[in-house]
Design a protein around this ligand. Structure first.
Ligand code: ATP
Length: 636
């Protein structure tokens, strides 16, 4: 009972207790019944000479009747059902409108009138009212003081909060994730198997004098399952798992990051064998001394602390550090040297087989209709990573729930897939003219894609506005692609420009609808010329133009490592490439004017044309690839 706050509470409880005991021993006299009556009833009683005395205080009027009066319930403001009482006292309220005759009437009926001042608080009440704010202030002060003392001195609580790493601890029992929950990623699993064996049987490695690698860096695009994999390793090894995002280290106060790193490693060592997982390592692990964000900033201090903690393990600390990043290229080289994160495990984008396996994992507990073919969905979702697939499965379930059906069917997955690839449908009112332009534009893309050998097949064309676009033409490759040939990339540019050329062919002028196409074409041409050495005039050289700056995540205009002359040649090459593509697209569109017109008309009728319908529509139609204007696309 050292705490003053508890003493204060005890004091209050004692006072209340004493009062209650006093009242129990000396119960108050039962009060005389008072009739609460309306002012009109009072006047009536006054007129009939039944009122003996009256006391006026503020707007309250009370007094005695001459004899006991029995009042019917409808005359009482406080009737007690089932009780017939004889009242000797009454109370009423004076009306807000002054009654000038009242005094005269009272005198006339010889009523004894006593006037009192409006009730004033007693001395004790005044004292208590004055005391109340002080009691509150002292109470609050005592409370906060006791809290601070509990957490270690003045301001101690605040500092302790900042020093704590904030890492989330998953114990073995809590939501255990195993390799079974991670679909695909066979190679990564094999590489990480070593950690599991070490954490289970550390002696097996160390008895021969070997040093076990401490740091594993999981590298891969966002959403490919790096965090999931790290948790699965902890789950398989059955050890505690400390997970933190590197950005959580950084606070506004200098030195907090470093102390959080220290706290995290201390905790992990206390719970050894254990795994530490640092997500988005690049948030603190970017190369030092880049001049961005100051020379010696909070981030660098945090990184230094992390480096020294990685060095500071003794051979008996059975702690493994896993980290994840999408940008291993920007990491400080000190992080990657032997003894720190010297092992890199690549977490790849899934191929169609792995996509199928991921879909299986996420549909495990879902009632699926018979028509659902996960393999078909997997083949139709190139480029999607685990997180996208999980999102798509979830979306399909929501769509099915909205339809109020019992099972998730293939059509729900199709809708969910469209939403992922093409964006949400928008309720946009377009004029007929605008719809026509959009239809011609999209038909242009689709027609060119269908004509060019080696281009990805058309999967869907729609003039329903989705996301930012007014219409969409989607092509899906037959298989996952890892290499892109020059002719394929040039073909892509031709398809992208097909929409704009179709508009010109039909309406004689361009519209703003091709803005995004042009941007994509330009980006692609820039990469082909500068990064992939696809320009004959420049030769097999790679220039940093078109690359994103590693520290800003965007392109920098002044980041030039080539001469003005080379810059001029690059511009010429990009321009020539885009012009070649445009000439070809214009030629294809002109040579197939009638088919294009028919396709645009069909699109206006149908609004959405899927792969099958498109195939049926094109079957038997004579398509012409112009002899001049298009480069040789071969058979990519
Ligand atoms: P980021 O780099 O953005 O942090 P990440 O690579 O760490 O992403 P996770 O957070 O692990 O990705 O994955 C997101 C979700 O995607 C997971 O919760 C999981 O459900 C799903 N997922 C990703 N890959 C797989 C996989 N191979 N098997 C099963 N589910 C997966």
């Amino acid at each position: 009972m050292k705490n003053p706050w508890y003493r204060f509470l005890l004091f209050i409880v004692l006072i209340l207790g004493t009062n209650i005991i006093f009242l129990l021993i000396f119960p108050a006299e039962p009060p005389e019944p008072v009739a609460e009556i309306a002012y009109s009833v009072f006047k009536e009683k006054l007129e009939s000479d039944q009122v003996a005395t009256v006391v006026m205080q503020g707007d309250e009027l009370s007094g005695h009747f001459v004899d006991g009066v029995s009042l019917p319930a409808n005359q009482l403001l406080n009737p007690r059902p089932g009780e017939e009482l004889l009242f000797s006292r009454f109370r009423t309220t004076l009306p807000p409108v002054e009654d000038p005759e009242l005094l005269a009437q009272l005198q006339q009926h010889e009523v004894l009138v006593e006037a009192r001042r409006a009730a004033e608080p007693s001395l004790l009440e005044k004292f208590l009212i004055a005391l109340l704010p002080w009691v509150l202030i002292v109470g609050v002060w005592v409370y906060f003081m006791s809290k601070m003392r509990q957490q270690g001195g003045m301001g101690g609580g605040l500092l302790t909060k900042f020093k704590k790493s904030g890492a989330q601890l998953y114990s073995q029992q809590q939501s255990r994730v195993t390799f079974e929950d991670v679909a695909g990623l066979r190679e990564a699993k094999q590489e990480l198997q070593e950690i599991i064996i070490y954490l289970r049987e550390p002696l097996k490695f160390t008895k021969l004098g070997g040093k076990v690698p401490r740091g594993f860096l999981l590298v891969g695009p966002p959403g490919t399952g790096k965090t999931l994999m790290a948790r699965a390793v902890a789950g398989e090894a059955e050890v505690p798992f400390f997970s933190i995002s590197a950005s959580q280290f950084i606070e506004m106060f200098v030195g907090v990051g470093a102390s959080r790193v220290r706290d995290l490693f201390e905790n992990a060592k206390k719970n050894a064998p254990s795994i530490i997982f640092v997500d988005e390592l690049d948030a603190v692990g970017r190369a030092r001394g880049t001049g961005l964000g100051g020379g010696h900033d909070e981030r660098e201090q945090t990184l230094n602390q992390l480096l020294s903690e990685l060095d500071g393990f003794t051979p008996h600390d059975e702690v493994i550090v896993l980290a994840a990043t999408n940008r291993p290229d920007v990491l400080d080289t000190a992080l990657l040297r032997p003894g720190r994160f010297d092992r890199q495990v690549v977490i790849e984008r899934p191929d169609w087989r792995d996509r199928g396996a991921i879909l299986e994992v996420h549909t495990r507990n879902m009632p699926l209709a018979d028509d659902v073919a996960l393999e078909v969905i997997a083949k139709g979702t190139p480029g999607m990573v685990g997180a996208d697939l999980q999102g798509m499965v979830n979306e399909a379930a929501l769509i099915a729930a909205r339809e109020d059906v019992e099972q998730v069917a293939m059509r729900h997955f199709e809708k969910a897939k469209d939403r992922q690839y093409l964006g949400m449908e928008r309720q946009l009112i377009m004029t007929d003219e605008e719809r026509k332009i959009t239809a011609v534009h999209e038909a242009g893309h689709a027609l060119v894609a269908h004509c060019l050998p080696g281009a990805d097949p058309v999967h869907k064309i729609t003039v329903i506005p989705r996301g930012q676009a007014l219409g969409v033409t989607q092509q899906l490759p037959e298989d996952d692609r890892y290499h892109f040939r020059f002719s394929y990339l040039l073909g892509r540019m031709v398809v992208m420009l097909g929409g704009r050329c179709a508009e010109k062919e039909f309406f004689g002028e361009f519209s703003t609808g091709a803005q995004n196409d042009l941007k994509q074409v330009m980006d692609l041409a820039e990469k082909m010329v500068c990064q992939w050495g696809m320009s004959e005039r420049l030769g097999p050289l790679s220039y940093s133009r078109g690359e994103e700056h590693p520290f800003l995540g965007m392109k920098l205009a002044s980041d030039k490592t080539f001469s003005e002359r080379t810059a001029w040649i690059i511009d010429q090459e990009i321009k020539e490439m885009v012009q070649t593509a445009e000439t070809c697209a214009a030629g294809v569109v002109a040579a197939n004017h009638d088919v294009l017109e028919a396709l645009a008309k069909k699109l206006l009728e149908e609004e959405t044309i899927d792969r099958e319908l498109f195939k049926t529509f094109m079957d038997g139609r004579q398509l012409v690839l112009p002899e001049e204007g298009c480069p040789d696309f071969g058979n990519t």
